[in-house]
Write a protein that binds this ligand. Structure first.
Ligand code: FMN
Length: 337
Protein backbone atom coordinates (compact mmCIF):
# COMPACT_ATOMS: atom_id res chain seq x y z
CA UNK A 1 0.00 0.00 0.00
CA UNK A 2 1.05 3.62 -0.47
CA UNK A 3 -0.52 6.82 0.81
CA UNK A 4 -2.31 7.48 -2.51
CA UNK A 5 -4.03 4.11 -2.19
CA UNK A 6 -4.99 4.95 1.42
CA UNK A 7 -6.80 8.06 0.17
CA UNK A 8 -8.49 6.14 -2.65
CA UNK A 9 -9.70 3.50 -0.18
CA UNK A 10 -11.08 6.16 2.16
CA UNK A 11 -12.98 7.82 -0.71
CA UNK A 12 -14.71 4.54 -1.51
CA UNK A 13 -16.10 3.89 1.99
CA UNK A 14 -19.92 3.85 1.78
CA UNK A 15 -21.61 6.59 3.87
CA UNK A 16 -18.22 7.98 5.02
CA UNK A 17 -19.03 11.41 6.44
CA UNK A 18 -15.63 12.86 5.48
CA UNK A 19 -15.38 13.76 1.79
CA UNK A 20 -11.62 13.13 1.67
CA UNK A 21 -11.07 16.47 -0.08
CA UNK A 22 -7.81 17.08 -1.94
CA UNK A 23 -7.05 19.68 0.75
CA UNK A 24 -8.51 19.09 4.24
CA UNK A 25 -9.42 22.70 4.93
CA UNK A 26 -12.87 22.72 6.53
CA UNK A 27 -14.69 24.32 3.60
CA UNK A 28 -16.80 21.42 2.27
CA UNK A 29 -17.76 20.16 5.75
CA UNK A 30 -18.34 23.53 7.46
CA UNK A 31 -20.95 23.32 10.20
CA UNK A 32 -21.20 19.51 10.04
CA UNK A 33 -21.34 18.36 13.67
CA UNK A 34 -21.96 15.45 14.22
CA UNK A 35 -19.72 14.95 11.23
CA UNK A 36 -16.18 16.17 10.80
CA UNK A 37 -16.56 19.91 10.24
CA UNK A 38 -16.00 23.04 12.27
CA UNK A 39 -18.82 24.47 14.39
CA UNK A 40 -21.32 26.96 12.95
CA UNK A 41 -19.75 28.93 10.12
CA UNK A 42 -16.77 26.56 10.27
CA UNK A 43 -14.41 29.54 10.31
CA UNK A 44 -12.29 28.28 13.24
CA UNK A 45 -11.26 25.19 11.26
CA UNK A 46 -10.84 27.10 7.99
CA UNK A 47 -8.72 29.84 9.61
CA UNK A 48 -6.38 27.25 11.19
CA UNK A 49 -5.49 26.03 7.70
CA UNK A 50 -5.37 29.44 6.04
CA UNK A 51 -3.12 31.13 8.61
CA UNK A 52 -0.60 28.30 8.40
CA UNK A 53 -0.49 28.70 4.62
CA UNK A 54 0.31 32.41 4.99
CA UNK A 55 3.56 31.64 6.83
CA UNK A 56 6.57 31.35 4.51
CA UNK A 57 9.95 29.73 5.12
CA UNK A 58 13.50 31.02 4.60
CA UNK A 59 15.86 28.75 2.65
CA UNK A 60 19.47 28.27 3.73
CA UNK A 61 21.58 25.39 2.50
CA UNK A 62 25.06 26.75 3.26
CA UNK A 63 26.05 25.11 6.53
CA UNK A 64 28.15 22.26 7.87
CA UNK A 65 25.89 19.34 7.16
CA UNK A 66 25.32 16.29 9.32
CA UNK A 67 22.58 13.68 9.55
CA UNK A 68 19.29 15.39 10.39
CA UNK A 69 17.86 14.33 13.73
CA UNK A 70 14.10 14.91 14.01
CA UNK A 71 13.72 13.00 17.28
CA UNK A 72 12.22 14.33 20.48
CA UNK A 73 12.24 13.19 24.08
CA UNK A 74 9.06 13.34 26.09
CA UNK A 75 7.61 11.49 29.09
CA UNK A 76 10.91 9.62 29.40
CA UNK A 77 10.59 8.23 25.86
CA UNK A 78 12.21 9.10 22.55
CA UNK A 79 10.00 9.60 19.51
CA UNK A 80 11.26 9.67 15.91
CA UNK A 81 9.28 12.79 15.03
CA UNK A 82 7.42 15.43 17.11
CA UNK A 83 4.26 14.38 15.27
CA UNK A 84 1.42 12.76 17.22
CA UNK A 85 -2.13 11.72 16.30
CA UNK A 86 -4.76 13.92 17.99
CA UNK A 87 -7.55 12.28 20.01
CA UNK A 88 -10.75 11.60 18.07
CA UNK A 89 -13.68 10.09 19.93
CA UNK A 90 -17.25 9.10 19.12
CA UNK A 91 -16.28 7.71 15.73
CA UNK A 92 -19.59 6.26 14.56
CA UNK A 93 -21.65 9.46 14.95
CA UNK A 94 -18.91 11.53 13.32
CA UNK A 95 -17.51 9.32 10.56
CA UNK A 96 -20.09 6.56 10.00
CA UNK A 97 -20.47 2.88 10.76
CA UNK A 98 -17.14 1.47 9.56
CA UNK A 99 -15.02 1.67 12.74
CA UNK A 100 -15.82 1.49 16.44
CA UNK A 101 -13.77 3.59 18.85
CA UNK A 102 -11.73 0.50 19.70
CA UNK A 103 -11.00 -0.33 16.06
CA UNK A 104 -10.10 3.27 15.33
CA UNK A 105 -7.82 3.56 18.38
CA UNK A 106 -6.15 0.29 17.39
CA UNK A 107 -5.24 1.67 13.97
CA UNK A 108 -4.05 5.00 15.40
CA UNK A 109 -2.05 3.67 18.34
CA UNK A 110 -0.44 0.79 16.43
CA UNK A 111 0.33 2.88 13.33
CA UNK A 112 1.90 5.71 15.34
CA UNK A 113 3.88 3.27 17.45
CA UNK A 114 5.23 1.54 14.33
CA UNK A 115 6.22 4.90 12.85
CA UNK A 116 8.08 5.74 16.08
CA UNK A 117 5.61 8.29 17.47
CA UNK A 118 2.50 8.15 19.69
CA UNK A 119 -1.24 8.50 19.27
CA UNK A 120 -3.74 10.14 21.63
CA UNK A 121 -7.14 8.52 22.11
CA UNK A 122 -10.49 10.22 22.74
CA UNK A 123 -13.53 10.19 25.00
CA UNK A 124 -17.25 10.80 24.62
CA UNK A 125 -20.79 10.38 25.86
CA UNK A 126 -20.55 6.62 26.06
CA UNK A 127 -18.06 5.13 28.54
CA UNK A 128 -16.86 2.74 25.84
CA UNK A 129 -15.55 5.73 23.84
CA UNK A 130 -12.91 6.15 26.56
CA UNK A 131 -12.50 2.63 27.91
CA UNK A 132 -12.20 0.64 24.67
CA UNK A 133 -9.27 2.67 23.28
CA UNK A 134 -7.44 1.84 26.52
CA UNK A 135 -7.37 -1.80 25.42
CA UNK A 136 -5.84 -0.75 22.11
CA UNK A 137 -3.15 1.12 24.08
CA UNK A 138 -2.54 -1.88 26.33
CA UNK A 139 -2.13 -4.13 23.28
CA UNK A 140 0.53 -1.78 21.92
CA UNK A 141 3.04 -1.67 24.80
CA UNK A 142 1.11 1.21 26.40
CA UNK A 143 2.32 3.60 23.68
CA UNK A 144 -0.76 5.83 23.67
CA UNK A 145 -2.16 8.82 25.56
CA UNK A 146 -5.81 8.76 26.69
CA UNK A 147 -7.72 12.05 26.76
CA UNK A 148 -10.43 12.59 29.38
CA UNK A 149 -13.30 15.08 29.06
CA UNK A 150 -13.98 17.51 31.93
CA UNK A 151 -16.73 15.38 33.51
CA UNK A 152 -17.56 15.39 37.23
CA UNK A 153 -14.59 14.90 39.55
CA UNK A 154 -15.50 11.30 40.38
CA UNK A 155 -15.84 10.33 36.77
CA UNK A 156 -12.50 11.94 35.94
CA UNK A 157 -10.80 10.08 38.79
CA UNK A 158 -12.34 6.80 37.62
CA UNK A 159 -10.95 7.35 34.13
CA UNK A 160 -7.57 8.38 35.54
CA UNK A 161 -7.36 5.13 37.52
CA UNK A 162 -8.32 3.13 34.41
CA UNK A 163 -5.60 4.92 32.40
CA UNK A 164 -2.99 4.36 35.11
CA UNK A 165 -3.83 0.66 35.17
CA UNK A 166 -2.68 0.47 31.53
CA UNK A 167 0.71 2.07 32.32
CA UNK A 168 0.24 4.93 29.87
CA UNK A 169 3.10 7.48 29.69
CA UNK A 170 0.82 10.51 30.12
CA UNK A 171 -2.81 11.56 30.22
CA UNK A 172 -4.64 14.53 28.71
CA UNK A 173 -7.85 16.47 29.27
CA UNK A 174 -9.70 18.37 26.52
CA UNK A 175 -10.82 21.18 28.81
CA UNK A 176 -12.16 23.08 25.78
CA UNK A 177 -15.32 20.96 25.52
CA UNK A 178 -16.49 22.40 28.85
CA UNK A 179 -19.31 24.32 27.17
CA UNK A 180 -20.71 21.54 25.00
CA UNK A 181 -24.41 21.28 25.78
CA UNK A 182 -24.84 18.22 23.54
CA UNK A 183 -22.99 16.19 26.18
CA UNK A 184 -25.38 17.37 28.91
CA UNK A 185 -28.36 16.60 26.65
CA UNK A 186 -27.04 13.05 26.38
CA UNK A 187 -26.98 12.83 30.19
CA UNK A 188 -23.21 13.37 30.58
CA UNK A 189 -22.58 16.97 31.59
CA UNK A 190 -19.13 18.52 31.37
CA UNK A 191 -18.14 21.80 32.98
CA UNK A 192 -15.32 24.34 33.21
CA UNK A 193 -12.82 23.58 35.95
CA UNK A 194 -11.16 26.11 38.25
CA UNK A 195 -7.40 26.16 38.80
CA UNK A 196 -8.05 24.63 42.24
CA UNK A 197 -10.14 21.81 40.77
CA UNK A 198 -7.50 21.12 38.12
CA UNK A 199 -4.78 21.12 40.78
CA UNK A 200 -6.70 18.48 42.71
CA UNK A 201 -7.10 16.31 39.60
CA UNK A 202 -3.46 16.70 38.56
CA UNK A 203 -2.24 15.97 42.09
CA UNK A 204 -4.34 12.79 42.09
CA UNK A 205 -2.01 11.17 39.54
CA UNK A 206 1.72 10.79 39.09
CA UNK A 207 1.27 10.79 35.31
CA UNK A 208 2.32 13.84 33.28
CA UNK A 209 -0.94 15.74 32.69
CA UNK A 210 -1.59 17.62 29.43
CA UNK A 211 -4.35 20.23 29.21
CA UNK A 212 -5.74 20.44 25.68
CA UNK A 213 -7.65 23.41 24.35
CA UNK A 214 -5.68 26.50 25.41
CA UNK A 215 -6.05 29.58 23.20
CA UNK A 216 -4.89 32.49 25.40
CA UNK A 217 -1.89 33.51 27.49
CA UNK A 218 -4.22 33.70 30.49
CA UNK A 219 -5.38 30.12 29.93
CA UNK A 220 -1.80 28.89 29.55
CA UNK A 221 -0.72 30.53 32.80
CA UNK A 222 -3.70 29.01 34.62
CA UNK A 223 -2.80 25.55 33.27
CA UNK A 224 0.76 26.13 34.50
CA UNK A 225 -0.46 27.20 37.93
CA UNK A 226 -2.55 24.03 38.11
CA UNK A 227 0.61 21.98 37.57
CA UNK A 228 0.15 20.77 33.98
CA UNK A 229 3.09 19.03 32.33
CA UNK A 230 2.06 20.56 29.04
CA UNK A 231 -0.71 22.24 27.09
CA UNK A 232 -2.14 21.75 23.63
CA UNK A 233 -2.75 25.07 21.92
CA UNK A 234 -5.97 24.02 20.25
CA UNK A 235 -9.44 25.21 19.29
CA UNK A 236 -10.54 21.57 19.01
CA UNK A 237 -10.28 21.81 15.23
CA UNK A 238 -12.85 24.64 15.32
CA UNK A 239 -15.49 22.34 16.82
CA UNK A 240 -16.28 23.96 20.16
CA UNK A 241 -16.56 27.72 19.52
CA UNK A 242 -17.21 29.52 16.24
CA UNK A 243 -15.07 32.56 15.29
CA UNK A 244 -11.88 31.71 17.14
CA UNK A 245 -8.50 32.85 15.88
CA UNK A 246 -6.25 30.24 14.31
CA UNK A 247 -4.08 28.29 16.73
CA UNK A 248 -0.91 29.42 14.96
CA UNK A 249 -1.92 33.06 15.53
CA UNK A 250 -2.08 32.69 19.31
CA UNK A 251 0.95 30.40 19.63
CA UNK A 252 3.85 32.93 19.78
CA UNK A 253 2.49 34.92 22.74
CA UNK A 254 1.68 31.72 24.64
CA UNK A 255 5.21 30.42 24.00
CA UNK A 256 6.66 33.68 25.30
CA UNK A 257 4.53 33.64 28.45
CA UNK A 258 5.22 29.98 29.25
CA UNK A 259 8.96 30.56 28.93
CA UNK A 260 9.89 26.88 28.58
CA UNK A 261 8.24 25.87 31.87
CA UNK A 262 5.69 23.53 30.24
CA UNK A 263 5.70 21.52 27.02
CA UNK A 264 3.68 23.18 24.27
CA UNK A 265 1.83 21.07 21.74
CA UNK A 266 -0.33 22.61 19.02
CA UNK A 267 -2.99 21.31 16.65
CA UNK A 268 -5.44 22.68 14.09
CA UNK A 269 -4.93 22.60 10.34
CA UNK A 270 -1.49 20.99 10.45
CA UNK A 271 -1.31 18.85 7.34
CA UNK A 272 2.29 18.56 6.14
CA UNK A 273 5.82 18.39 7.46
CA UNK A 274 6.31 22.02 6.47
CA UNK A 275 3.35 22.99 8.67
CA UNK A 276 5.09 21.11 11.48
CA UNK A 277 8.33 22.99 10.78
CA UNK A 278 6.49 26.35 10.87
CA UNK A 279 4.89 25.78 14.28
CA UNK A 280 8.10 24.40 15.76
CA UNK A 281 9.84 27.56 14.51
CA UNK A 282 7.20 29.59 16.36
CA UNK A 283 8.03 27.76 19.58
CA UNK A 284 5.88 24.62 19.79
CA UNK A 285 7.58 21.46 21.05
CA UNK A 286 5.41 19.02 19.11
CA UNK A 287 2.21 18.80 17.06
CA UNK A 288 -1.01 16.85 17.03
CA UNK A 289 -2.83 16.18 13.77
CA UNK A 290 -6.51 15.25 13.74
CA UNK A 291 -8.60 14.72 10.62
CA UNK A 292 -5.85 13.55 8.21
CA UNK A 293 -5.03 10.76 10.67
CA UNK A 294 -8.68 9.72 10.62
CA UNK A 295 -8.59 9.51 6.82
CA UNK A 296 -5.40 7.42 7.07
CA UNK A 297 -6.95 5.07 9.64
CA UNK A 298 -10.15 4.58 7.65
CA UNK A 299 -8.33 4.15 4.33
CA UNK A 300 -5.47 1.96 5.50
CA UNK A 301 -5.81 0.94 9.16
CA UNK A 302 -2.58 0.90 11.16
CA UNK A 303 -0.56 0.72 7.94
CA UNK A 304 -2.27 3.87 6.64
CA UNK A 305 -1.52 5.67 9.90
CA UNK A 306 2.13 4.59 9.70
CA UNK A 307 2.36 5.71 6.06
CA UNK A 308 0.87 9.13 6.83
CA UNK A 309 3.21 9.65 9.82
CA UNK A 310 6.22 8.69 7.69
CA UNK A 311 5.09 11.02 4.90
CA UNK A 312 4.76 14.02 7.24
CA UNK A 313 7.98 13.05 9.04
CA UNK A 314 9.89 12.88 5.75
CA UNK A 315 8.54 16.29 4.72
CA UNK A 316 9.67 17.71 8.07
CA UNK A 317 13.19 16.32 7.61
CA UNK A 318 13.37 17.70 4.03
CA UNK A 319 12.19 21.08 5.30
CA UNK A 320 14.83 21.01 8.04
CA UNK A 321 17.59 20.34 5.50
CA UNK A 322 16.37 23.20 3.29
CA UNK A 323 16.22 25.69 6.19
CA UNK A 324 19.53 24.76 7.80
CA UNK A 325 18.21 22.91 10.85
CA UNK A 326 20.08 19.74 11.82
CA UNK A 327 17.96 18.95 14.86
CA UNK A 328 14.77 20.24 16.50
CA UNK A 329 16.71 22.63 18.78
CA UNK A 330 18.07 24.45 15.73
CA UNK A 331 14.54 25.23 14.47
CA UNK A 332 13.71 28.80 15.44
CA UNK A 333 12.03 32.05 14.30
CA UNK A 334 14.93 32.79 11.92
CA UNK A 335 13.57 30.28 9.41
CA UNK A 336 10.28 32.22 9.17
CA UNK A 337 10.15 34.82 6.36
C1 FMN B 1 -14.68 14.01 14.61
C2 FMN B 1 -13.77 14.58 15.64
C3 FMN B 1 -13.81 14.08 16.95
C4 FMN B 1 -12.95 14.60 17.92
N1 FMN B 1 -12.96 14.05 19.18
C5 FMN B 1 -12.09 14.52 20.13
C6 FMN B 1 -12.03 13.93 21.43
O1 FMN B 1 -12.72 12.98 21.76
N2 FMN B 1 -11.16 14.47 22.32
C7 FMN B 1 -10.35 15.53 21.99
O2 FMN B 1 -9.57 15.98 22.82
N3 FMN B 1 -10.39 16.09 20.77
C8 FMN B 1 -11.23 15.62 19.82
N4 FMN B 1 -11.23 16.18 18.57
C9 FMN B 1 -10.33 17.30 18.27
C10 FMN B 1 -8.96 16.81 17.78
O3 FMN B 1 -8.27 16.14 18.81
C11 FMN B 1 -8.05 17.95 17.31
O4 FMN B 1 -7.97 18.95 18.31
C12 FMN B 1 -8.47 18.60 15.99
O5 FMN B 1 -9.06 17.66 15.13
C13 FMN B 1 -7.23 19.22 15.34
O6 FMN B 1 -7.53 19.82 14.15
P1 FMN B 1 -7.28 19.14 12.69
O7 FMN B 1 -8.31 18.08 12.56
O8 FMN B 1 -7.49 20.29 11.76
O9 FMN B 1 -5.88 18.59 12.65
C14 FMN B 1 -12.07 15.66 17.59
C15 FMN B 1 -12.03 16.14 16.27
C16 FMN B 1 -12.85 15.61 15.30
C17 FMN B 1 -12.75 16.14 13.89
Amino acid sequence: MNYKKVLENAKKIPDFRCRVCSECNGKACRGEIPGVGGKGSGLGFIRNVEKLKEIKLNMDTIYHSSKVDSSIEMFGKTFKYPIFAAPIGGLIPCYGEKLTDYEYAKAIVKGCKEAGTIGFTGDGVKDEYFMEPLYAIEENNSIGIPTIKPWSKNEILERLRAAESKNVPAVAMDIDVAGLSILAQAGKPVSPKSVEELKEIINATSLPFIIKGIMTVKGALKAMEAGAYGIVVSNHGGRVLDHTPATVEVLPKIVQAVGGKMKIFIDGGIRSGLDVLKVLALGADAVLIGRPYAIAAYGGGAEGVKLYTEKVGKELVEGMIMTGCRNLKEINQEIIF
